[in-house]
Design a protein around this ligand. Structure first.
Ligand code: GLU
Length: 454
């Protein structure tokens, strides 16, 4: 079976490990690869509902329960017309290792539905969520598998999915994360992926500049305009940076002076009603007061100038090798991924070469891979599970503080593992290799201890 996205995610992990001294130092770890690459279980099911025209529709639903050695399967649900098994296996595989880097007890999984929600009514979305959960509810539970959101699944969908689970199972439990604040959700969960991405990037800046620089005065290009992009942008603005771009699947917006937090608030409310950036820019007054340039059919990367930091926050494979070269040529020093597998292998190779061949940390290009840089979302999901178990709610200060601690710990672990297990590690450690090695060891050790690998 051809599974290009899964193959790409798998090859990235394998090439980091092969490039390291881990298998030389501890040959037993090689045995883990063929085992960990096969999901413990894949559930595929029919989802059917009545649309607003009174017609029956059908779509394919999935849950990939990839690895439960480190805790209940954990990972989001993606509702998008591109959803297929290759994409969910790549996301689930990535999730196993990402979750282990949070330091919390979570296994890895991913699921979704091959459907386009755009333009559908609220009522129809509710019927789709109930229909999806009718089958999924048999396979999940607070100690078994705890899904959350991903592309196409936000607070509204999580609400309907949770209501469906509660009614089918007669059980109010922490079976999903990203819940409403008034019914079991955690403060800072909506913000967590974007905020965490910025905290991780701040750790990269600290490391490269010896604590001398921050987001203050930096120009930042961001792609995407969903939950991750919105909160990353708001945090960048709060820390004194300038956000020069955002995008959606149809085009991008560029602002030389910086996209404002008021504009981001408008994007946030309009996107729930499936408005495109093109429509938002022409309809909302915040965009007539502060003009931005809209470019149809383009990603922002080659349209922005004098950029210091790039944060891809849209979807997989949206930075090509050529675009990565354009970043390096114009002096981008930090790239960190809010989306999963945003950079192609060619782009990662460009960034990694620009790191390893640099004269010193200040001249290098630092690439923060998704399984480390965007783990803030699932980390706060883990904290939501902890709060649900205790039946209490933490303050936003406490959650934010934990999130910061988790992101900085993860950064330090990436650095330490790269130093310990890679040949070029000491001078300019590779964060992508460090993340892959550190997480692979954690997951493998749990699998050895429990007899999954022997
Ligand atoms: N979909 C998010 C991710 O890619 C969050 C998953 C979760 O919170 O379980 O990490």
């Amino acid at each position: 079976m051809s599974e290009p996205e899964f193959q790409q995610a798998y090859e990235e992990v394998v090439s980091s490990l092969e490039d390291s001294t881990l298998f030389e130092q501890h040959p037993k770890y090689r045995k883990v690869l063929p085992i960990v690459s096969v999901p413990e279980r894949i559930i595929q099911f029919r989802v059917t509902w009545e649309n607003d025209k009174g017609e029956q529709e059908v779509a394919q639903g999935y849950r990939v329960q990839y690895n439960s050695a480190k805790g209940p399967y954990k990972g989001g649900l993606r509702f998008h017309p591109s959803v297929n098994l290759s994409i969910l296996k790549f996301l689930g595989f990535e999730q196993i290792f990402k979750n282990s880097l949070t330091g919390l007890d979570m296994g890895g999984g991913k699921g979704g539905l091959c459907v386009d929600l755009k333009g559908r009514s609220n009522n129809e979305i509710r019927r789709i969520c109930y229909a999806f959960m009718r089958e999924l509810s048999r396979h999940i539970g607070q100690d078994t598998d705890v899904p959350a959101g991903d592309i196409g699944v936000g607070g509204r969908e999580i609400g309907y999915l949770f209501g469906a689970y509660r009614s089918y199972k007669n059980s109010w439990e922490g079976v999903l994360t990203g819940k409403g604040l008034n019914w079991g959700g955690s403060l800072i969960r909506p913000e967590a992926t974007g905020y965490g991405l910025v905290y991780y990037t701040q750790a990269m800046i600290d490391y490269a500049t010896n604590g001398k620089e921050s987001f203050e005065g930096k120009r930042v290009t961001i792609s995407g305009s969903g939950n991750v992009a919105q909160y990353a942008a708001l945090k960048v603005i709060e820390l004194g940076g300038t956000v020069v771009s955002l995008s959606d699947s149809k085009g991008c917006i560029i602002s030389e002076t910086g996209i404002t937090s008021e504009q981001i608030a408008d994007i946030s409310s309009a996107k729930v009603n499936f408005k495109s950036l093109e429509q938002i820019v022409s309809e909302y007054s915040t965009f007539s007061e502060n003009k931005v340039q809209y470019i149809a059919g383009a990603r922002p990367w080659t349209h922005v100038q004098k950029v210091d930091i790039a944060l891809p926050c849209a979807t997989q494979n949206e930075v090509s090798g050529e675009e990565a070269k354009a970043f390096v040529a114009q002096g981008v020093k930090f790239v960190a991924e809010g989306s999963n597998m945003g950079s192609t292998p060619e782009a990662i190779a460009v960034f990694e070469t620009a790191r390893s061949t640099a004269a010193g940390p200040k001249d290098a290009v630092w690439y923060g891979p998704p399984k480390a840089a965007n783990l803030g979302g699932v980390a706060v999901s883990g904290l939501e599970m902890a709060q649900n178990s205790q039946r209490i709610t933490w303050t936003s200060e406490r959650v934010d503080q934990e999130l910061k601690r988790i992101m900085i710990n993860c950064f330090n672990e990436c650095i330490d593992s790269a130093k310990k297990y890679t040949k070029d590690g000491n001078a300019l450690p590779s964060l992508v290799k460090g993340a892959n090695i550190a997480s692979f060891i954690k997951v493998s050790d749990a699998m050895f201890d429990q007899g999954d690998v022997f």
